[in-house]
Structures are given as structure tokens and as C-alpha cells.
Design a protein around this ligand. Sequence first.
Ligand code: DGP
Length: 115
Amino acid sequence: MEETIFSQIIRKEIPADIVYQDDLVTAFRDINPKAPTHILIIPNVLIPTVNDVKPEHEQTLGRLFTVAAKLAKEENVAEDGYRLMMNCNAHGRQEVYHIHMHLLGGKPLGPMLAE
Ligand code: DGP
């Protein structure tokens, strides 16, 4: 398993706009935002893709959702709505092989998939 740039962000070795961190997860603003709110919520432990998820990750991955809900409220997008998204491998267009939940909101997001 090879570390990605996200491990360096977790350890604060490179700059990122971190909006939340605890013992299990870290959340920071996407460097190339696709919506007014675009935050990545990631496990502190390296899990390259959703295909690598194991039962022992369930508590950590559950935390992604509780943090998403908290951040959606803080970003004032909870009422209007938002999208949570996780890409896997080539067909999912995953770019960084450290799983991450995209939290997108702040405007109507349009159809889920572009043709
Ligand atoms: P994905 O295609 O799901 O793997 O999305 C990867 C996202 O990660 C993409 O929206 C851009 C973002 N990203 C890549 N490198 C960095 C970085 O160094 N810092 C931050 N904040 N975001 C990054």
C-alpha cells in the first residue's frame, strides 16, 4: 500500500485547509472545488479504494458520515441539500488512492452523472 499526498495532509506535513480532524478522520477543502462547498472527508488510516474496505473499518467509515452531517450544518448546506460521493478505480475516475468522501453543496448540483 503506497501512501498518497493525503497521508501528508493528515500529518500536516503539507498545507491544506483542514476543517475537522479527530482520531479517526480528517476533513479538508478540495484543492479544485467543483461547488461552493467541496470538502474531502478521509480516514486517517490508509485504505486505497472501496474494494479494500474490511469489517474492521466500519467504525472509521461510519465516522465519515457523522462528520459529513456536522460539516454540512456548519457550511449551511444541510437544509438545501448536498451530495456525498466516493469514486473507485478507473471507471469511477478515482485520482487519489486513499479513499475519500466528497461533500459537495452550496448550489443546485445538476444531474448526478455527466454523459
Ligand atoms: P477523486 O477523483 O475522487 O480521487 O478526487 C480527488 C480529489 O482530490 C480531487 O477533487 C482533487 C483533490 N486533491 C488532489 N490533490 C489534492 C491536494 O493536494 N490537496 C487538496 N486539498 N485536494 C487535493
